[in-house]
Design a binder for this molecule. Sequence first.
Ligand code: TRH
Length: 367
Amino acid sequence: MTDPAPHKPTWDIFCKVVDNFGDIGVCWRLARQLADEYELSIRLWVDDIALAQQFARERHARIGLQHWIETADFSQAADVVIETFGCGLPEVYQQHMISQRSMWVNVDYLSAESWVDSFHAQPSPQTNGLVRHFFYPGFTAATGGLLREASLPAWQASASWHALGIAPAPNQLTLSLFCYAHAPLAALVESLQASTMPVRVLVPQTVAPMLAAVLGLGHLQVGECIQSQQSEFLVIPFLSQADYDRLLYLCDFNFVRGEDSWIRALWAGKPMIWQPYQQSEDTHLLKLNAFMAHYLAQADASLASVIRNAMLAWAQDDWQPAHWQSLLTVLPQFAQHASAFKVAQSQAVDLATNLVIFIEKCRTHRV
Ligand code: TRH
């Protein structure tokens, strides 16, 4: 009689949607990878359940969406409890964690700043006897790493414009444009209109109102295509997370933002400009500079200077036509650099794997 399969721990992930899509985007991606690669059964607790269902349109047999509301049934705490971005855990649920001897890990926001290395994996004993562990994503081996699924090379190899329902544009540079409302979009549009290389810009539905205002149009529908000098703007629907990943991979250049699309653009291995989520006291610029120090460490000085100036101009509302032209001038070197960075960063152990290993170690050595 073979031993029964070792009891797989149950996992709960808690997600509070602050704004935008990144909180649920990261949590859905993490849950999918844990379910796919570790065959874990996950309950994903989300306060904004409607937004979560938009992401979970590709249902997953091992992920159960739970509406995180005051009156939810918190009587069954999981063996492993993942709090995300410091969202906190319900008091009632914590009481059941104590009796269940649950593990508590807070997976926090991604930053390339150096302090992350020393804060990662630190325990924080709570007054109720539970220990909350801090788990920081990051770019170095001293952090929890970056979300990257094992299937990434395979789906990238099979990605196609046809499958996305978007015609290829062989004679244009294809850009994706995912940015915040405070981005200097008018300045970027002006530089693309005068681009020395014809560009096609794929504009997600959520960014379309910003573009309509810049172009002096009342409204832009999904599917609408606006020609303007050297540039063409095509409004696309809000894609499934997997299709948006494919889009980033197929584009020649990506403007991304926040956290999840930022990392997905790095895995796309294409030239990219990142707009960090705006924070008080310009903390987002500290994050941007820390990222660029890491991202550009192997780039030659002139390439690094062009990329750094463009990213800072985009994040600080200071975009000029020269920023786009200088990016075009170095585009082949930028493409090579982006691809090399992707290969190098892909050598690191991914976040989900590090998280599973970390939790296994803590559970094994727990007194
Ligand atoms: O939407 P965001 O600005 O989310 C932000 C950031 O995560 C930020 O760090 C956080 O503090 C704030 O939320 C609360 O950007 P982000 O992180 O790129 O998340 C967008 C998600 O939406 C990502 O998972 C990709 C997904 N997406 C699609 O699935 N389809 C699409 O068509 C597009 C444009 C995005």
